[in-house]
Write a protein that binds this ligand. Structure first.
Ligand SMILES: [Mg+2]
Length: 450
């Protein structure tokens, strides 16, 4: 099967089977570290479980820890991937996906941590963490990453104050701005949201990684690190009005497929606020995760908690921003969605077939932002593409609407570069694809429907 894929011109998936690759190092070093931290966190919360649920809570804690220790051992000794045993709404889909992965393996080897696609096994690890919790009521609502996410939000307070002050300054004077000024403000907030993606706790294996300085001041220095900058295409979509044949009510919807909670989420909310306040969008739909995911990814609880905290802040412009966000959510200008597909291991090219309802919902957007590295990996299938391959081709037909990836590079897949650009970067800085130092604003649009 794998060789058939190569024949069809689709490159192989990144995988820990390539010894020494970033995927290999991640599976060997970073994933076990994250599991160890989850085990520690659950253990540290033992008293809380006892207070809430008595002895039953303590027993559940013990069982979850034993499950996770076993999982860590399976990972480290490259054991076969096991079927899920909980009764989550996505359990069957995961187990069917395991069958698909089995079909991709050479001969009769089972899918395993160091032999299967990296995207699959990394997503699978987070789903197994969820399994350890789901199988152990009464602690089945516990989010082992919440403390880290909360801490990341609080450690970025200075930067949050700065960006909220900037936003409120724009909103106060917005009637006086020329189109060029509006464009510059848009570019500023787009880049703030882009660089907000640096604050990712899965890449640092849970180490503190928050934004300290004012995000707007740093943008000039960061500009040379944006390898692909399609902002002008994004601006064209936002300012071009309704596409022909599209109903007026569908006009002006921007979707943001979120990555991390903490400071990054604040930057996404600020961008969304600006889009609505400036009239560039009528509605913003946010898409988050339906379970704790890749350490710092935003869930529904993180999303609402962030709005609440910002509203309650003892800082005039932060609380004003938070109150406005709360109003947008209340009156439906902003909507939050989660869909189980976002926490499946599937490449986005499989969405139309495997989650047609989500694909149809995204088709009603005028523009979709995909935040962060994992979304980029899923957009491109996490494959060994040549750097000069076009983004449109790497999407393999996934084009529900005009879309833009805002991503700092933390995995070794990057398409849409100029000839030799990747080679030159490798010569200067071998870790350019995984250091989180470089970024892209990469756009793709469906063929014009006329
Ligand atoms: Mg993330």
């Amino acid at each position: 099967m794998a060789s058939q894929e190569v024949l069809r011109g689709v490159p192989q998936s990144l995988s820990a089977k390539f010894v020494g690759s970033f995927a290999y190092l991640t599976v060997r070093d970073r994933l076990p570290t994250i599991l160890t931290k989850v085990i520690d966190t659950i253990h540290r919360n033992k008293n809380k479980f006892f207070e809430e649920h008595g002895e039953e809570g303590v027993q559940a804690e013990k069982r979850a820890i034993s499950f996770l220790s076993k999982l860590r051992n399976e990972l480290q000794t490259d054991k076969p991937v096991l079927a899920l045993t909980d009764d989550g709404e996505d359990t069957d889909v995961w187990n069917q996906y395991l069958q698909r992965q089995q079909a991709l393996m050479d001969e009769q080897e089972p899918p395993s941590w160091f032999k299967s696609p990296w995207l699959y096994v990394e997503c699978y690890m987070y789903r197994r963490i969820q399994e350890s919790i789901l199988l152990n009521p009464p602690i089945c609502a516990f989010d082992a990453f919440r403390e880290a996410k909360t801490q990341s939000y609080f450690e970025s307070q200075q930067a949050t104050m700065a960006i909220c002050t900037y936003l409120q300054g724009l909103n106060k004077n917005r009637n006086e701005f020329s189109e060029e000024q509006l464009l510059n403000q848009f570019l500023t907030l787009l880049q703030v949201s882009l660089w907000g993606n640096k604050c990712d706790l899965s890449i640092s294996a849970g180490q503190e990684n928050s934004q300290k300085s004012s995000p707007v001041d740093a943008l000039g220095e960061l500009k040379p690190y944006i390898l692909v900058d399609d902002s002008s295409s994004v601006w064209s979509v936002l300012t071009s009005g309704a596409a022909p044949g599209r109903s007026a009510t569908g006009r002006g919807r921007v979707d943001i497929v979120l990555d991390n909670a903490g400071f990054e989420l604040v930057t996404d909310l600020v961008l969304a606020d600006f889009l609505v306040a400036s009239g560039l969008a009528k509605q913003v739909h946010f898409h988050g995760k339906s379970m704790p995911w890749f350490v710092s990814d935003a869930t529904r609880e993180d999303f609402h908690w962030t709005v609440k905290q910002t509203m309650a802040a003892n800082h005039r412009w932060m609380s004003k921003s938070g109150a406005q966000w709360h109003r947008y959510l209340k009156d439906g200008t902003w909507r939050y969605h989660d869909h189980p597909f976002w926490t499946l291991p599937h490449e986005f090219s499989e969405m139309a077939a495997d989650a047609p309802d989500l694909y149809a919902a995204l088709q009603t957007a005028d523009l979709i932002f995909f935040k962060g590295d994992l979304n980029y990996r899923k957009l491109t299938g996490d494959r060994h593409w040549a750097h000069t391959e076009t983004f449109a081709r790497a999407l393999r037909g996934f084009q529900p609407a005009p879309l833009c990836s805002l991503r700092t590079l933390k995995a070794n897949v990057q398409v849409g570069l100029q000839p030799n650009q990747g080679e030159n970067l490798t010569a200067q800085e071998p870790q350019w694809m995984t250091s989180g130092v470089y970024a892209v604003i990469q756009f793709s649009s469906p063929l014009r429907e006329q």
